[in-house]
Design a protein around this ligand. Structure first.
Ligand code: DX5
Ligand code: ZN
Length: 224
């Protein structure tokens, strides 16, 4: 199995020194930089948009992984392509014509991701799986960093891993987002995740970014 990616979420970074926070995470071995976009409608919080995604693009060497928690994400696909997103992920609950939105994302040269809220069953992915590059399992209700991992998410990750393998889609990335810590990471990787988002476990006052990324990597490597 190829190396599991770590995707620090800049939601928990210090925006007065965003470039440094991104470079520190990458220097510590993080492969992707996760950008959480919220609109105050799909989720009860407002964060950042294409301008900050573009700034992250300029700071980062690696992959910019944009997670849109917005209604009608199809309206902003072009703006995030322009901003330099490599992966653009939309919620199945937020777009009426998901297949069209996924096509739009790919036509603009990005990898297309789809994501599910915790209460949305895995079967909601059945028809779209052959058309996507990434599935993101939300393991908290989207809207805020620093929440606790919802334990039933592990079985959902395993179910989606089976769906992918049964369909011969093992190259599709399976990413998990919310409440990922050195304590929760191992089980998620064992269930079949290939990428882990971590916000508050990477950017906090308890340890440096390098120490926090190293702890996550150790937990991933120790996964049974
Ligand atoms: C939640 C966001 C997450 C969040 C993760 O709405 O999509 O990416 O920032 O934060 P932690 O890792 O602190 O749960
Ligand atoms: Zn996210």
């Amino acid at each position: 199995m190829s190396r599991v990616k770590i995707a620090p979420s800049i939601l928990s970074a210090d925006f007065t020194r965003l470039g440094d926070d991104i470079r520190e995470a990458e220097a510590a071995g993080a492969e992707w930089i996760h950008v959480d976009v919220m609109d105050g409608h799909f989720v009860p919080n407002i964060t950042i948009g294409p301008l900050v995604a573009a700034a992250a693009r300029r700071a980062a060497r690696g992959v910019i992984d944009v997670h849109l928690m917005i209604e009608q994400p199809e309206r902003y696909v072009a703006a995030f392509a322009e901003a330099g997103a490599d992966i653009l992920t939309v919620h199945v609950e937020a777009t009426r014509h998901l297949h069209r939105t996924v096509q739009q994302i790919r036509e603009l040269g990005m990898r297309a991701g789809v994501t599910l809220n915790p209460a949305t069953p895995a079967v909601a992915l059945a028809e779209i799986l052959p058309y996507v590059d990434l599935v993101l399992v939300m393991s908290v209700n989207p809207g805020f960093g620093g929440q606790s991992y919802i334990p039933t998410s592990t079985a959902k990750v395993a179910a989606i891993r089976r769906m992918l393998d049964e369909r011969g889609l093992s190259e599709v990335e399976l990413e998990v987002d919310g409440g990922i810590t050195p304590e929760t990471a191992g089980a998620v990787v064992s269930a079949g995740a290939t990428a882990l988002v971590a916000g508050s476990a990477v950017y906090n006052t308890r340890a440096t970014v390098a120490e926090n990324v190293a702890r996550l990597r150790a937990a991933i490597d120790a996964a049974p």
